[in-house]
Design a protein around this ligand. Structure first.
Ligand SMILES: Cc1cc2nc3c(=O)[nH]c(=O)nc-3n(C[C@H](O)[C@H](O)[C@H](O)COP(=O)(O)OP(=O)(O)OC[C@H]3O[C@@H](n4cnc5c(N)ncnc54)[C@H](O)[C@@H]3O)c2cc1C
Length: 399
C-alpha cells in the first residue's frame, strides 16, 4: 500500500502540545541535560566517572544520578515508584510499556529474579489500564554464550540442555501469564549472533499464544540487510500456522558493535551500507505491516519523524480507526515528546517505553541514551533545540 501525502491533523512542530505536561523547572532540567549530552568529551568523562563511582559506592553518586539523567529517562526505581510517571503519561492518553532495566546479568539467581520481576510487571499492567504491554530481553534469562551456542547449533551438553530448558520455562511462564491476563509481551531484538535463537523462541511463543489476539511480538531490526525478507517470511509462516504475527519494527541499536565484530571475524557485516538503505527498509516494513494489519499487530518503534508520519498518513488515507489495537506508535521515555504527545493528542495509539530499576542496574541503559544524544560535530541535538524553543515560546507568551 502506498502513502500519498495525505494530510493528518498532526504537526510534530507543535511544541505546546509536546511539552504540555512539563513544568518550566522540568524543561530547564531537560535543557541542561541535553546541553551537557551535546559535549562528547563530557559524556565520556561523566559516564566513566559515574560507573567508577557506582562501583566504589562513593557517597551521593546515586543521588546525583537520580536527580539528573535518571529522572529524564527512567520511570522510577521500582514499579510502584514509576506510578507517578505512568499516571502523568496517562493524562495525555499516552500508554506505558514497562521495561525492567536490569542488563548484563549472568547467574541463574539473576535470571529467576528477572522472570519474577517480569511477572510482577504483567500483574501491575493488568491492574493499570494505561499499561498494555511489557517488554523482555531473552538475554535477561540466560547466558549469552548459551544463546550463541544454540544459534551455532552446537550439540548441548546435558548441563547446557538443562539451562536451555530453564530459559524456555521462564519465557513460557511470562507469555502464558501475559495471555492469561491480556497483557502484551514485546521480545526485544539484540545482537545478530544471538538473534536467530531469539527469533526461534519468539516464533514458538507466537505460535502458542497469538491464536486469537496478538500477545507476543518479535522485534525486527531494519538496519539489517536480511530483515525485510525475514519479516515477510514470518508473516507467511504465521498465515500457514494459523496464528497472528506480532511485529515491533526498529532500526536497530547495535550498529557499531555489529560492524566491528564482522570486521574482526572477517564475515560480511549484516548491517545496511547506509542510513538511507535502513530508512528505505524501515518504511517498506511499515508499509508491509500496514497492508496486512488484519494479521499483524505492529509497533512503529522509532524517533524518526518521517516514519512516524508515514504510519499516521497510511491510517488516515485508508480511513482506518486510529485506535485499532493492531497499530501502535512508541518512543523511549524522555525522548521525542514532540512525536509521542502530538500523536496521542490527535487520537492515535501512542506509548512510551518506560524503563525502571535501581540506578546501578539501569546505568548501562542511561549511558546508551547519553551517547545517542551526543551531537555530531558540535551541532545542537534535536531534543535540545526543541526544549530551548519551548522555553523561549513560554517566555514570549508571558511577556
Ligand atoms: C520503543 C523503542 C523500542 C526499541 N527496541 C529496540 C530493540 O528491541 N532492539 C534494538 O536493537 N533497538 C531497539 N530500539 C532502538 C532503535 O533500534 C534505534 O536504535 C533508535 O530508535 C534510533 O533509531 P530511530 O528509528 O529512532 O531514528 P533515526 O535517527 O532515524 O535512525 C537512527 C538509526 O539508523 C540506523 N543507522 C544510522 N546510521 C546508519 C548507517 N550509516 N548505516 C545503516 N544504518 C544506520 C541505526 O539503526 C540508528 O540507530 C528501540 C527504540 C524504540 C523507540
Amino acid at each position: 500500500m502506498e502513502s500519498k501525502e495525505t494530510p493528518t491533523n498532526i504537526e510534530f512542530s507543535n511544541l505546546a502540545i509536546a511539552f504540555k505536561t512539563k513544568s518550566d523547572k522540568e524543561l530547564k532540567r531537560a535543557a541542561f541535560l541535553f546541553r551537557i549530552m551535546n559535549q562528547q568529551w563530557l559524556v565520556k568523562l561523566s559516564t566513566t566517572l559515574g560507573l567508577l563511582a557506582l562501583k566504589l559506592h562513593l557517597p551521593f553518586t546515586k543521588r546525583i544520578i537520580e536527580a539528573t539523567i535518571f529522572k529524564q529517562f527512567i520511570g522510577g526505581t521500582s514499579l510502584e515508584k514509576s506510578e507517578p510517571a505512568i499516571s502523568k503519561l496517562a493524562i495525555t492518553n499516552t500508554a506505558t510499556i514497562l521495561d525492567y532495566g536490569a542488563e548484563a546479568k549472568d547467574t541463574e539467581a539473576d535470571f529467576i529474579k528477572t522472570k519474577e520481576e517480569n511477572i510482577r510487571a504483567i500483574q501491575f499492567a493488568k491492574a493499570n489500564n494505561s499499561v498494555p504491554v511489557i517488554t523482555v530481553k531473552i538475554s535477561g534469562f540466560a547466558r549469552n554464550e548459551l544463546l550463541e551456542d544454540i544459534q551455532k547449533q552446537v550439540k548441548l551438553s546435558p548441563a547446557h540442555q538443562l539451562e536451555y530448558d530453564a530459559l524456555m520455562e521462564k519465557v513460557n511462564a511470562i507469555c502464558a501469564e501475559g495471555e492469561r491476563v491480556g497483557v502484551g509481551i514485546f521480545i526485544d531484538a539484540e545482537e545478530s549472533w544471538i538473534q536467530d535463537t531469539i527469533d526461534r523462541i519468539a516464533t514458538k511463543m507466537m505460535q502458542q499464544y497469538n491464536k486469537e489476539t496478538v500477545i507476543v511480538y518479535n522485534t525486527f531490526q531494519m538496519y539489517r540487510k536480511d530483515r525485510y525478507a525475514y519479516l515477510v517470511k514470518s508473516y507467511e509462516e504465521a498465515i500457514q500456522g494459523n496464528y497472528l504475527l506480532g511485529a515491533k519494527l526498529v532500526r536497530g541499536a547495535y550498529m557499531e558493535k555489529e560492524r566491528s565484530r564482522a570486521e574482526m571475524n572477517g564475515y560480511p557485516s549484516p548491517i545496511q551500507d547506509s542510513k538511507e538503505a535502513t530508512d528505505i527498509d524501515f518504511n517498506k516494513a511499515l508499509t508491509f505491516c500496514f497492508a496486512h494489519y488484519e494479521h499483524i499487530g505492529f509497533c512503529n518503534a522509532t524517533h524518526n519523524e518521517k516514519s512516524s508520519m508515514l504510519l499516521a498518513q497510511l491510517i488516515n488515507q485508508n480511513e482506518l480507526i486510529k485506535k485499532h489495537p493492531h497499530f501502535l506508535f512508541c518512543q523511549l521515555y524522555g525522548m521525542s515528546d514532540h512525536i509521542t504527545f502530538n500523536l496521542s493528542n490527535a487520537g492515535y495509539n501512542a506509548a512510551k517505553y518506560v524503563p525502571y530499576g535501581f540506578v546501578e542496574d539501569v546505568f548501562p541503559y542511561l549511558v546508551r541514551r547519553a551517547q545517542e544524544n551526543t551531537a555530531m560535530q558540535g551541532e545542537m541535538s534535536r531534543e535540545y533545540n526543541m526544549i530551548a524553543k519551548e522555553i523561549s515560546r513560554r517566555k514570549q507568551v508571558l511577556s
